[in-house]
Ligand binder design. Structure first.
Ligand code: NAP
Length: 278
């Protein structure tokens, strides 16, 4: 039997064990996948222990993605761009390869659900944590008209922009925005990559940012996504989505890299929506 795990804190809400067991059943793979709670101070010790136990792969979730990037022996190009990983694959030799499948999961979900392309679009990305780091390279690769980053702690938004501006500033308008100028701007899509919802905290957003021309996407799902999506519906946003499709898409990409088989995401997404009643 091959073993896999997802690590993070909190982790009890994680749907990854359900998703990967469903993929395994669908593709007739023998594997066991567990969720393990890990605090940042214990991360490196836990990763070394899982490696010793010959676990084949690990998913990493908040708040450990950027820290885990420091641990792996090698990282894929998209993980190096993001400076954050959401999955590790262990080779037969024991070497660890870090990857980030969040970006591809996000772009594929936008396309699969809505046929929505980011090309030439004005993007407002809310948040500058692990998820924002993960999806930003994939967003930039779609050649948007511009990406504005807003974060509660502005210095983190600045760090994120500095990290990306060397490679991408010539192609797009990548900038940090203060609350004031965000209010005056117009966007085609608002992407909520903050953890405000999951922490049951209020996300302070100027109400008129959401209007009937704007597409709203929340990376979280279930109760965590409700406040943002309700706000979007009330303001008659053009369309809105939670991040459940992205979650299944990014998991499918991890599964494909670990097992060499592409699972069908649609039946698993439907099972999840039924299970969660969302
Ligand atoms: P993280 O690394 O802990 O970063 C959290 C971000 O949220 C930071 O930018 C933080 O701002 C901001 N934030 C936290 N509380 C806030 C509040 N009350 N108001 C405004 N901003 C606040 O977490 P993460 O890994 O980026 O995850 C963010 C969210 O994305 C989570 O809900 C996670 O579940 C979701 N996610 C979903 C998928 C998917 O596949 N659907 C994949 C990845 C992540 P500061 O810098 O000011 O602290």
């Amino acid at each position: 039997m091959d073993y896999y795990a997802v690590i993070g804190n909190p982790i009890s809400h994680s749907l990854s064990p359900f998703i990967h067991h469903a993929f395994a059943k669908q593709t007739q793979q023998q594997l066991k996948y567990e969720a393990i709670q890990v605090v940042p101070e214990a991360l490196f010790k836990m990763l070394s222990w899982l490696k010793e136990k010959k676990v084949r792969g690990i998913n990493i979730t908040l708040p450990l993605k950027r820290q885990a990037f420091q641990w792996v022996d090698k990282a894929t190009q998209r993980a190096r761009h993001a400076q954050a990983i959401n999955m590790i694959k262990f080779l037969e030799s024991g070497r660890s390869i870090g990857d980030n499948t969040d970006g591809v999961g996000f772009i594929r979900d936008l396309d699969r659900q809505f046929g929505f392309s980011l090309k030439n679009k004005k993007v407002l990305l809310l948040g500058a944590g692990g998820a924002a780091h993960g999806i930003l390279p994939a967003i930039l690769n779609e050649f948007p008209h511009g990406v504005t980053i807003w974060n509660r702690t502005e210095s983190r938004a600045r760090e994120l922009v500095n990290q990306f501006s060397l490679q991408w500033s010539h192609a797009i308008d990548l900038r940090v925005d203060s609350n004031q100028s965000v209010q005056a701007s117009h966007f085609d899509i608002l992407i909520n990559a903050t953890s405000a919802g999951i922490k049951k905290e209020h996300l302070m957003l100027p109400a008129h940012l959401i209007n009937p021309d704007v597409f709203c996407y929340d990376l979280s799902y279930g109760d965590a996504a409700s406040p943002f999506l309700e706000c979007a519906k009330k303001a008659h946003a053009r369309a809105c989505s939670d991040g459940l499709g992205m979650l299944v898409e990014q998991a499918a990409e991890s599964f494909r890299e670990w097992r060499g088989i592409q699972p069908d995401i649609q039946p698993v997404l439907e099972q999840l929506r039924k299970k969660l009643k969302i």
